[in-house]
Design a protein around this ligand. Structure first.
Ligand code: ADE
Length: 226
């Protein structure tokens, strides 16, 4: 899949999108993530991307022209399934939405700007507004990185151990069970016996019980038990 991210602060996105699993997924050709600086589509000597809001409020608003020009150019090159805008006003992001987005071909993520963007962009270009939580960030770049990361890592082949993306917390609506590694005893604290038993049916049963127990304890809302 291809993810085009439009921002006025591209520097914020270079490191989170180019390390570890995301870097390898791109090297393997599973995903292509392209970051665009909206300023490259701005005109005039100062390449101005934002301006004072009509009506005299404080703060600067992202201008429509550079964003329209950038998205039009991208759309002339390929079809896009969604044009996402990251904003605290959007629908709350979750694993279900990450799964849905990971099945799409091409998406655009337009990063929010601190005082917002000209509303005509939202009315005429954006197809989905996404919030990563009920708090306000200085801009939408970190939210775009969260979305890109959560979507790319579940593309089949992105994680070496294919099964591990499926056993993530939330993939089955439950939190993940605890995991342990060597040594089997550390500081007198022992790994649960069942994990050392070699009995895979018992281990699987234990994992399911633990997942359910932890979800009931920590996130009863996921079970509809609030
Ligand atoms: N931009 C600012 N705050 C945000 C949030 N909570 N989610 C997505 N984009 C944002």
């Amino acid at each position: 899949m291809r993810i085009d991210i439009l921002t006025v602060v591209p520097e914020l996105l270079t490191s989170p999108l180019n390390e570890s699993i995301l870097r390898r997924a791109q090297e393997k050709g599973l995903a292509e993530i392209v970051v665009h600086n909206i300023r490259d589509w701005a005109e005039g000597r100062h390449r101005q991307v934002d301006d004072y809001p009509f009506g005299g409020e404080a703060g600067m608003v992202l201008k429509p022209e550079p964003v329209f020009r950038c998205i039009q150019e991208l759309k002339s090159q390929r079809e896009y399934d969604e044009v996402i805008y990251t904003s605290p006003d959007g629908v709350r992001y979750d694993q279900r939405e990450a799964n849905r987005l990971s099945t799409l071909g091409n998406i655009i993520i337009l990063c929010g700007h601190y005082k917002g963007l000209d509303h005509r962009i939202r009315e005429h270009l954006v197809t989905r507004e996404i919030s990563i939580g009920d708090y306000v960030l200085t801009g939408g770049e970190l939210a775009a990185a969260v979305i890109a990361d959560s979507v790319v890592r579940i593309i089949p082949g992105a994680i070496g151990d294919e099964a591990s993306a499926l056993t993530d917390s939330f993939q089955d609506g439950l939190l993940a069970p605890p995991v342990y590694t060597r040594p089997a005893e550390f500081n007198g604290w022992k790994v649960p016996d069942v994990l050392l038993s070699g009995n895979f049916a018992e281990i699987e049963k234990w994992r399911e019980e633990q997942a359910l127990e932890r979800t009931r304890l920590l996130r009863p809302d996921l079970l509809g038990e609030t």
